[in-house]
Design a protein around this ligand. Sequence first.
Ligand code: NIG
Ligand code: FE
Length: 424
Amino acid sequence: MTDNNLFYIFGSMKILIKNIQQLLQVRDTAPTRVVGSEMKSLPRIDNAWLLLEDGFIADYGTMESMPHIQAEKVIDASGKLVLPTWCDSHTHLVYSGNREQEFVDRINGLSYQEIAERGGGIINSAKKLQQTSEEDLYDQSVIRLKEVMQLGTGAIEIKSGYGLTTEAELKMLRVAQKLGNDHPIEVKTTFLGAHALPLEYKNDKDAYLDLIINEMMPKVHEVQLASFVDIFCEDGYFSVEDTNRLLNAAKSYGLKPKIHVNQFNAIGGVQIGVEHKALSVDHLEVMRPEDIEALQHSNTMPVALPSCSYFLSIPYTPGREIIDAGLPLALATDYNPGSSPSGNMNFVVSTACIKMKLSPEEAINAATINGAYAMDISDTHGSITKGKVASVIITKEVPSYGYLPYAFGSQLIDQVIIQGELIK
Ligand code: NIG
Ligand code: FE
Protein backbone atom coordinates (compact mmCIF):
# COMPACT_ATOMS: atom_id res chain seq x y z
CA MET A 1 0.00 0.00 0.00
CA THR A 2 2.86 2.33 0.79
CA ASP A 3 4.50 4.20 -2.04
CA ASN A 4 7.65 5.89 -0.95
CA ASN A 5 9.28 6.45 -4.32
CA LEU A 6 8.05 10.04 -4.11
CA PHE A 7 10.87 10.77 -1.70
CA TYR A 8 14.61 11.12 -1.74
CA ILE A 9 15.61 9.84 1.63
CA PHE A 10 17.93 12.41 3.20
CA GLY A 11 17.05 11.47 6.79
CA SER A 12 20.35 11.49 8.64
CA MET A 13 22.23 13.94 6.47
CA LYS A 14 23.65 17.39 6.82
CA ILE A 15 21.89 19.72 4.38
CA LEU A 16 23.27 23.23 3.99
CA ILE A 17 21.09 25.83 2.30
CA LYS A 18 23.13 28.90 1.45
CA ASN A 19 22.80 32.31 -0.23
CA ILE A 20 19.15 32.49 0.90
CA GLN A 21 17.72 35.85 -0.17
CA GLN A 22 15.53 35.90 2.95
CA LEU A 23 15.18 33.31 5.70
CA LEU A 24 11.71 33.94 7.18
CA GLN A 25 10.06 33.32 10.54
CA VAL A 26 13.39 33.06 12.38
CA ARG A 27 12.83 32.92 16.12
CA ASP A 28 15.80 32.20 18.40
CA THR A 29 13.38 31.41 21.20
CA ALA A 30 10.06 30.55 19.70
CA PRO A 31 6.81 31.70 21.27
CA THR A 32 3.99 29.14 21.34
CA ARG A 33 1.86 31.55 19.31
CA VAL A 34 1.82 35.19 18.21
CA VAL A 35 -1.04 37.42 19.22
CA GLY A 36 -2.68 40.64 17.96
CA SER A 37 -0.19 43.30 16.83
CA GLU A 38 2.73 40.84 17.30
CA MET A 39 1.45 39.15 14.16
CA LYS A 40 2.63 42.13 12.09
CA SER A 41 6.21 41.13 12.65
CA LEU A 42 7.85 38.34 10.67
CA PRO A 43 11.45 38.10 11.90
CA ARG A 44 13.92 37.34 9.11
CA ILE A 45 17.58 37.18 8.13
CA ASP A 46 18.62 38.57 4.75
CA ASN A 47 21.37 36.78 2.79
CA ALA A 48 21.27 33.77 5.10
CA TRP A 49 22.37 30.17 5.48
CA LEU A 50 20.50 27.34 7.21
CA LEU A 51 21.90 24.00 8.34
CA LEU A 52 19.63 20.97 8.74
CA GLU A 53 21.08 17.93 10.48
CA ASP A 54 19.53 14.53 11.20
CA GLY A 55 16.05 15.88 10.54
CA PHE A 56 16.36 18.95 12.79
CA ILE A 57 17.30 22.61 12.41
CA ALA A 58 20.92 22.75 13.57
CA ASP A 59 21.97 26.37 12.98
CA TYR A 60 21.56 29.47 10.82
CA GLY A 61 23.03 32.91 10.32
CA THR A 62 24.11 35.50 7.77
CA MET A 63 26.35 34.59 4.84
CA GLU A 64 28.99 37.11 5.99
CA SER A 65 29.58 35.12 9.15
CA MET A 66 29.03 31.58 7.87
CA PRO A 67 31.54 29.14 9.43
CA HIS A 68 33.12 26.38 7.36
CA ILE A 69 30.51 23.61 7.17
CA GLN A 70 31.03 20.15 5.71
CA ALA A 71 27.62 19.03 4.41
CA GLU A 72 26.55 16.03 2.29
CA LYS A 73 24.11 18.19 0.37
CA VAL A 74 24.48 21.89 -0.43
CA ILE A 75 21.57 23.84 -1.91
CA ASP A 76 22.16 27.26 -3.42
CA ALA A 77 19.06 29.39 -2.71
CA SER A 78 20.20 32.58 -4.45
CA GLY A 79 17.19 34.84 -5.08
CA LYS A 80 14.95 32.43 -3.15
CA LEU A 81 13.13 32.51 0.18
CA VAL A 82 13.19 29.83 2.86
CA LEU A 83 10.42 29.56 5.43
CA PRO A 84 8.97 26.89 7.73
CA THR A 85 6.52 24.48 6.07
CA TRP A 86 2.83 25.24 6.50
CA CYS A 87 1.00 23.92 9.56
CA ASP A 88 -2.51 22.98 8.38
CA SER A 89 -4.45 22.54 11.63
CA HIS A 90 -7.89 21.65 10.22
CA THR A 91 -8.55 19.06 7.52
CA HIS A 92 -10.84 16.16 6.69
CA LEU A 93 -8.28 14.73 4.24
CA VAL A 94 -9.37 11.10 4.70
CA TYR A 95 -12.56 10.65 2.68
CA SER A 96 -14.03 8.48 -0.02
CA GLY A 97 -15.12 9.65 -3.46
CA ASN A 98 -16.00 13.24 -4.20
CA ARG A 99 -19.08 15.46 -4.31
CA GLU A 100 -18.80 17.32 -7.59
CA GLN A 101 -22.52 16.71 -8.27
CA GLU A 102 -23.37 18.81 -5.18
CA PHE A 103 -21.01 21.48 -6.48
CA VAL A 104 -23.06 21.61 -9.69
CA ASP A 105 -26.31 21.59 -7.67
CA ARG A 106 -25.06 24.66 -5.80
CA ILE A 107 -24.16 26.40 -9.05
CA ASN A 108 -27.76 25.73 -10.08
CA GLY A 109 -29.13 27.41 -6.98
CA LEU A 110 -29.32 24.95 -4.07
CA SER A 111 -27.64 25.98 -0.83
CA TYR A 112 -25.18 23.85 1.17
CA GLN A 113 -27.84 23.43 3.87
CA GLU A 114 -30.56 22.46 1.35
CA ILE A 115 -28.28 19.80 -0.10
CA ALA A 116 -27.63 18.44 3.40
CA GLU A 117 -31.36 18.36 4.18
CA ARG A 118 -31.89 16.19 1.07
CA GLY A 119 -29.48 13.56 2.40
CA GLY A 120 -26.45 14.94 0.58
CA GLY A 121 -23.52 16.58 2.35
CA ILE A 122 -21.78 14.77 5.19
CA ILE A 123 -24.30 11.90 5.09
CA ASN A 124 -23.51 11.36 1.41
CA SER A 125 -19.76 11.12 2.18
CA ALA A 126 -20.47 8.79 5.14
CA LYS A 127 -22.43 6.38 2.94
CA LYS A 128 -19.51 6.20 0.51
CA LEU A 129 -16.92 5.82 3.22
CA GLN A 130 -18.77 3.02 5.02
CA GLN A 131 -18.72 1.02 1.76
CA THR A 132 -15.01 1.65 1.12
CA SER A 133 -12.38 -0.80 2.33
CA GLU A 134 -9.64 0.45 4.62
CA GLU A 135 -7.06 -0.21 1.95
CA ASP A 136 -8.99 1.69 -0.72
CA LEU A 137 -9.57 4.59 1.68
CA TYR A 138 -5.83 4.75 2.31
CA ASP A 139 -5.06 4.67 -1.40
CA GLN A 140 -7.49 7.52 -2.11
CA SER A 141 -6.21 9.62 0.78
CA VAL A 142 -2.49 9.12 0.22
CA ILE A 143 -2.77 10.88 -3.14
CA ARG A 144 -4.10 13.98 -1.35
CA LEU A 145 -1.46 13.77 1.37
CA LYS A 146 1.37 13.66 -1.15
CA GLU A 147 -0.16 16.55 -3.04
CA VAL A 148 -0.29 18.80 0.02
CA MET A 149 3.26 17.87 1.01
CA GLN A 150 4.44 19.03 -2.40
CA LEU A 151 2.45 22.22 -1.80
CA GLY A 152 4.51 22.89 1.32
CA THR A 153 2.49 21.42 4.19
CA GLY A 154 4.77 19.80 6.77
CA ALA A 155 2.30 19.19 9.61
CA ILE A 156 -1.38 18.43 9.29
CA GLU A 157 -4.42 17.64 11.41
CA ILE A 158 -6.84 15.03 10.02
CA LYS A 159 -10.34 14.44 11.40
CA SER A 160 -12.66 11.47 11.35
CA GLY A 161 -16.36 12.31 10.93
CA TYR A 162 -17.33 10.66 7.64
CA GLY A 163 -17.75 7.28 9.32
CA LEU A 164 -20.61 7.91 11.75
CA THR A 165 -20.54 4.26 12.86
CA THR A 166 -18.05 2.91 15.39
CA GLU A 167 -16.41 0.70 12.80
CA ALA A 168 -16.14 3.40 10.11
CA GLU A 169 -14.93 6.12 12.50
CA LEU A 170 -12.14 3.84 13.75
CA LYS A 171 -11.28 2.92 10.16
CA MET A 172 -10.84 6.61 9.28
CA LEU A 173 -8.59 7.27 12.25
CA ARG A 174 -6.46 4.20 11.55
CA VAL A 175 -5.99 5.38 7.96
CA ALA A 176 -5.05 8.89 9.14
CA GLN A 177 -2.51 7.51 11.60
CA LYS A 178 -1.03 5.16 9.02
CA LEU A 179 -0.61 8.07 6.60
CA GLY A 180 1.49 9.79 9.25
CA ASN A 181 3.49 6.66 10.03
CA ASP A 182 4.27 5.99 6.37
CA HIS A 183 5.34 9.51 5.41
CA PRO A 184 7.75 12.15 6.71
CA ILE A 185 5.00 14.49 7.88
CA GLU A 186 3.55 15.21 11.33
CA VAL A 187 -0.08 14.01 11.40
CA LYS A 188 -2.33 14.82 14.38
CA THR A 189 -5.71 13.08 14.49
CA THR A 190 -9.07 14.30 15.75
CA PHE A 191 -12.15 12.24 16.60
CA LEU A 192 -15.21 13.91 15.00
CA GLY A 193 -17.93 11.30 15.53
CA ALA A 194 -20.34 14.20 16.16
CA HIS A 195 -20.10 15.58 12.62
CA ALA A 196 -23.71 14.87 11.58
CA LEU A 197 -26.64 12.78 12.74
CA PRO A 198 -26.80 9.44 10.86
CA LEU A 199 -30.22 8.75 9.26
CA GLU A 200 -30.90 5.82 11.66
CA TYR A 201 -30.75 8.30 14.57
CA LYS A 202 -32.77 11.02 12.86
CA ASN A 203 -35.29 11.19 15.68
CA ASP A 204 -32.98 10.27 18.54
CA LYS A 205 -29.94 12.49 18.73
CA ASP A 206 -29.30 11.53 22.35
CA ALA A 207 -28.97 7.88 21.40
CA TYR A 208 -26.29 8.81 18.85
CA LEU A 209 -24.46 10.90 21.44
CA ASP A 210 -24.70 7.90 23.80
CA LEU A 211 -23.07 5.77 21.12
CA ILE A 212 -20.29 8.32 20.61
CA ILE A 213 -19.64 8.71 24.32
CA ASN A 214 -20.11 5.15 25.53
CA GLU A 215 -18.77 3.15 22.62
CA MET A 216 -16.74 5.17 20.12
CA MET A 217 -14.74 7.36 22.49
CA PRO A 218 -13.56 4.53 24.77
CA LYS A 219 -12.38 2.60 21.70
CA VAL A 220 -10.62 5.63 20.22
CA HIS A 221 -8.92 6.08 23.58
CA GLU A 222 -8.06 2.41 24.04
CA VAL A 223 -5.89 2.28 20.92
CA GLN A 224 -4.77 5.91 21.13
CA LEU A 225 -6.24 6.80 17.76
CA ALA A 226 -6.75 10.52 18.39
CA SER A 227 -5.29 13.47 20.31
CA PHE A 228 -8.29 15.75 19.89
CA VAL A 229 -12.09 15.74 19.85
CA ASP A 230 -14.35 17.80 17.58
CA ILE A 231 -18.10 18.42 17.13
CA PHE A 232 -20.09 20.39 14.54
CA CYS A 233 -21.83 22.88 16.86
CA GLU A 234 -24.43 24.35 14.50
CA ASP A 235 -28.17 24.68 14.00
CA GLY A 236 -29.46 21.43 12.51
CA TYR A 237 -26.39 19.49 13.71
CA PHE A 238 -25.33 19.59 17.38
CA SER A 239 -26.42 22.17 19.96
CA VAL A 240 -24.41 23.94 22.64
CA GLU A 241 -25.87 21.48 25.19
CA ASP A 242 -24.77 18.52 23.05
CA THR A 243 -21.31 20.11 22.78
CA ASN A 244 -21.12 20.55 26.54
CA ARG A 245 -22.07 16.93 27.10
CA LEU A 246 -19.57 15.60 24.57
CA LEU A 247 -16.68 17.76 25.81
CA ASN A 248 -17.35 16.76 29.42
CA ALA A 249 -17.09 13.12 28.42
CA ALA A 250 -13.99 13.74 26.29
CA LYS A 251 -12.16 15.18 29.27
CA SER A 252 -11.92 11.80 30.99
CA TYR A 253 -10.30 10.37 27.85
CA GLY A 254 -7.74 13.16 27.62
CA LEU A 255 -9.09 14.36 24.25
CA LYS A 256 -8.56 18.12 23.88
CA PRO A 257 -11.34 20.00 22.06
CA LYS A 258 -10.88 21.60 18.64
CA ILE A 259 -14.39 22.39 17.49
CA HIS A 260 -16.44 23.54 14.48
CA VAL A 261 -18.36 26.67 15.54
CA ASN A 262 -20.07 29.75 14.02
CA GLN A 263 -19.94 28.52 10.41
CA PHE A 264 -23.52 29.52 9.53
CA ASN A 265 -24.96 30.68 12.87
CA ALA A 266 -23.54 32.05 16.12
CA ILE A 267 -25.26 29.91 18.75
CA GLY A 268 -22.75 30.03 21.60
CA GLY A 269 -20.19 27.55 20.28
CA VAL A 270 -17.29 29.90 20.94
CA GLN A 271 -18.33 30.32 24.58
CA ILE A 272 -18.70 26.60 25.24
CA GLY A 273 -15.37 25.97 23.54
CA VAL A 274 -13.63 28.56 25.69
CA GLU A 275 -15.33 27.16 28.80
CA HIS A 276 -13.86 23.75 27.99
CA LYS A 277 -10.42 25.26 27.29
CA ALA A 278 -10.58 24.25 23.63
CA LEU A 279 -7.23 24.31 21.86
CA SER A 280 -9.00 25.95 18.92
CA VAL A 281 -12.40 27.09 17.67
CA ASP A 282 -12.64 26.83 13.91
CA HIS A 283 -14.65 28.45 11.07
CA LEU A 284 -16.01 31.63 12.78
CA GLU A 285 -17.55 33.01 9.60
CA VAL A 286 -20.35 34.52 11.71
CA MET A 287 -19.00 36.42 14.71
CA ARG A 288 -20.80 38.58 17.28
CA PRO A 289 -18.98 41.07 19.54
CA GLU A 290 -19.53 38.71 22.50
CA ASP A 291 -17.75 35.92 20.61
CA ILE A 292 -14.63 38.08 20.19
CA GLU A 293 -14.90 39.03 23.85
CA ALA A 294 -15.11 35.41 24.99
CA LEU A 295 -11.88 34.64 23.11
CA GLN A 296 -10.07 37.59 24.70
CA HIS A 297 -10.13 35.81 28.04
CA SER A 298 -8.82 32.50 26.79
CA ASN A 299 -5.90 30.53 25.39
CA THR A 300 -8.10 29.20 22.60
CA MET A 301 -6.84 29.77 19.04
CA PRO A 302 -9.39 31.13 16.55
CA VAL A 303 -8.93 29.36 13.21
CA ALA A 304 -10.13 30.76 9.87
CA LEU A 305 -10.74 28.59 6.81
CA PRO A 306 -10.88 31.00 3.85
CA SER A 307 -10.98 28.37 1.10
CA CYS A 308 -14.26 27.09 2.59
CA SER A 309 -15.71 30.63 2.37
CA TYR A 310 -14.41 30.90 -1.18
CA PHE A 311 -15.84 27.57 -2.29
CA LEU A 312 -19.26 27.93 -0.60
CA SER A 313 -19.55 31.69 -1.25
CA ILE A 314 -20.24 32.33 2.42
CA PRO A 315 -18.80 35.22 4.47
CA TYR A 316 -15.10 35.23 5.31
CA THR A 317 -14.08 35.00 8.94
CA PRO A 318 -13.49 38.58 10.16
CA GLY A 319 -9.78 37.93 10.58
CA ARG A 320 -8.87 41.61 10.53
CA GLU A 321 -11.25 42.37 13.41
CA ILE A 322 -10.06 39.31 15.33
CA ILE A 323 -6.39 40.38 15.14
CA ASP A 324 -7.25 44.04 15.81
CA ALA A 325 -9.03 42.90 18.97
CA GLY A 326 -5.65 41.67 20.22
CA LEU A 327 -6.35 38.02 19.44
CA PRO A 328 -4.20 35.48 17.60
CA LEU A 329 -5.43 33.86 14.38
CA ALA A 330 -4.50 30.62 12.61
CA LEU A 331 -5.24 29.69 8.99
CA ALA A 332 -6.08 26.21 7.72
CA THR A 333 -7.54 24.59 4.58
CA ASP A 334 -10.51 22.55 5.90
CA TYR A 335 -9.62 20.13 3.05
CA ASN A 336 -12.83 18.07 2.54
CA PRO A 337 -15.09 16.94 -0.31
CA GLY A 338 -18.05 19.19 0.55
CA SER A 339 -16.93 22.67 1.53
CA SER A 340 -13.25 22.91 0.55
CA PRO A 341 -11.95 20.35 -1.94
CA SER A 342 -8.47 21.87 -1.79
CA GLY A 343 -5.59 21.44 0.63
CA ASN A 344 -3.53 24.27 -0.81
CA MET A 345 -2.15 26.40 2.03
CA ASN A 346 -0.57 28.81 -0.48
CA PHE A 347 -4.05 29.67 -1.74
CA VAL A 348 -5.27 30.02 1.86
CA VAL A 349 -2.47 32.49 2.69
CA SER A 350 -3.24 34.51 -0.44
CA THR A 351 -6.98 34.49 0.15
CA ALA A 352 -6.52 35.61 3.76
CA CYS A 353 -4.62 38.65 2.48
CA ILE A 354 -6.99 39.41 -0.38
CA LYS A 355 -10.34 38.75 1.30
CA MET A 356 -9.67 39.06 5.03
CA LYS A 357 -7.21 41.96 4.78
CA LEU A 358 -4.36 40.26 6.59
CA SER A 359 -0.89 41.56 5.77
CA PRO A 360 1.55 38.99 4.30
CA GLU A 361 3.37 38.92 7.67
CA GLU A 362 0.14 38.20 9.55
CA ALA A 363 -0.94 35.52 7.10
CA ILE A 364 2.43 33.74 7.24
CA ASN A 365 2.41 33.83 11.06
CA ALA A 366 -1.16 32.48 11.00
CA ALA A 367 -0.21 29.61 8.67
CA THR A 368 2.98 28.60 10.52
CA ILE A 369 3.47 29.24 14.25
CA ASN A 370 -0.21 29.78 15.06
CA GLY A 371 -1.22 26.73 13.02
CA ALA A 372 1.32 24.75 15.02
CA TYR A 373 -0.27 26.03 18.26
CA ALA A 374 -3.68 24.87 17.02
CA MET A 375 -2.21 21.33 16.78
CA ASP A 376 -0.31 21.56 20.06
CA ILE A 377 3.05 21.22 18.29
CA SER A 378 4.52 24.71 18.48
CA ASP A 379 7.50 23.36 20.46
CA THR A 380 8.63 21.45 17.35
CA HIS A 381 7.05 23.19 14.34
CA GLY A 382 6.09 26.57 12.91
CA SER A 383 9.34 28.56 13.04
CA ILE A 384 13.02 28.48 12.14
CA THR A 385 14.39 27.73 15.59
CA LYS A 386 17.36 25.55 16.57
CA GLY A 387 16.16 22.08 17.58
CA LYS A 388 12.84 22.26 15.75
CA VAL A 389 12.01 19.75 13.04
CA ALA A 390 13.80 20.38 9.71
CA SER A 391 10.73 21.19 7.65
CA VAL A 392 11.15 24.09 5.22
CA ILE A 393 9.86 25.47 1.96
CA ILE A 394 12.39 26.78 -0.57
CA THR A 395 10.63 29.09 -3.02
CA LYS A 396 11.47 29.79 -6.62
CA GLU A 397 13.27 33.06 -7.29
CA VAL A 398 10.83 35.77 -6.17
CA PRO A 399 11.30 39.49 -5.53
CA SER A 400 10.05 39.46 -1.91
CA TYR A 401 7.84 37.50 0.50
CA GLY A 402 4.92 39.80 -0.30
CA TYR A 403 5.05 38.28 -3.78
CA LEU A 404 3.88 34.91 -2.40
CA PRO A 405 0.29 35.97 -1.55
CA TYR A 406 0.28 38.61 -4.31
CA ALA A 407 0.88 36.21 -7.19
CA PHE A 408 -2.06 34.03 -6.16
CA GLY A 409 -2.45 30.92 -8.26
CA SER A 410 1.20 30.80 -9.33
CA GLN A 411 3.21 27.80 -8.24
CA LEU A 412 6.10 29.47 -6.43
CA ILE A 413 7.57 26.53 -4.53
CA ASP A 414 10.86 25.13 -5.76
CA GLN A 415 11.60 22.49 -3.13
CA VAL A 416 10.03 21.21 0.07
CA ILE A 417 12.05 19.53 2.82
CA ILE A 418 10.01 17.82 5.54
CA GLN A 419 11.61 16.17 8.56
CA GLY A 420 14.94 16.51 6.74
CA GLU A 421 13.72 14.70 3.62
CA LEU A 422 13.44 16.33 0.22
CA ILE A 423 9.96 15.82 -1.20
CA LYS A 424 9.96 15.29 -4.94
O1 NIG B 1 -15.68 21.99 8.02
N1 NIG B 1 -18.84 22.07 8.62
C1 NIG B 1 -18.64 20.90 8.84
N2 NIG B 1 -17.77 20.09 8.27
C2 NIG B 1 -17.03 20.37 7.08
C3 NIG B 1 -17.76 20.13 5.81
C4 NIG B 1 -18.28 18.78 5.71
C5 NIG B 1 -18.82 18.39 4.38
O2 NIG B 1 -19.57 19.14 3.75
O3 NIG B 1 -18.49 17.28 3.99
C6 NIG B 1 -16.48 21.78 7.16
O4 NIG B 1 -16.85 22.66 6.37
FE1 FE C 1 -14.06 21.29 8.90
